[in-house]
Design a protein around this ligand. Sequence first.
Ligand code: KFV
Length: 167
Amino acid sequence: MAETVRCPAAGTLTGMTADLSALVQAVDHVGIAVPDLDAAIAFHCETFGLRVTHREENEDQGVVEAMLTPAAGGNGAAVQLLAPLRPDCAIARFLERSGPGLQQLAYRVRDVEAAAARLREDGVRVLYDSPRRGTGGSLINFAHPKDTGGVLIELVQPSTTSPEDAS
Ligand code: KFV
């Protein structure tokens, strides 16, 4: 019989004072690495009825990306399709090693610097010393997949302006 595992009460794991539950607001998106962005968009739109809500190039990350949501509206979480702009970027390395597939899970956070600081205190490696620019002018950082059970976790603090204004 399956054993029920309870989540520890907030803050009891390591005796922290301010825990991440106050900072994590939603699953923002899941990121899928793809070799060809237009082909992947066509697949997800024609097969699942998703629609593209945003598209941009991010030179810093070396990606061209699109955000998609269900035509019916969905629950706020998006599918992010990520294709490489150059061979030395993270998405190109992922595709080379693993092929197309789920590359990341992104949590929307109220304060990315506070969330990163909490993770560091817990011994989780955070990739950047300071947040970088993400989709639509958001601020992003990442927790290393080797410290998170094998999943690259992005922290994303949305821009206060609309994505189209910020791109
Ligand atoms: N998921 C799970 N495991 C992964 C992984 C991933 N995405 N990437 C790498 N690994 C594993 C890999 O299989 C290997 O395991 C280990 O981590 C070290 O890999 O058992 P193994 O074989 O030792 P590395 O260091 O060789 O991999 P590398 O690709 O060089 O670096 C991994 C990492 C996480 C440091 C790199 O992918 C990175 O800097 N990621 C953060 C930036 C990023 O992913 N950018 C693309 C998305 S841009 C975005 O999302 C935006 C703009 N946005 O706003 O949302």
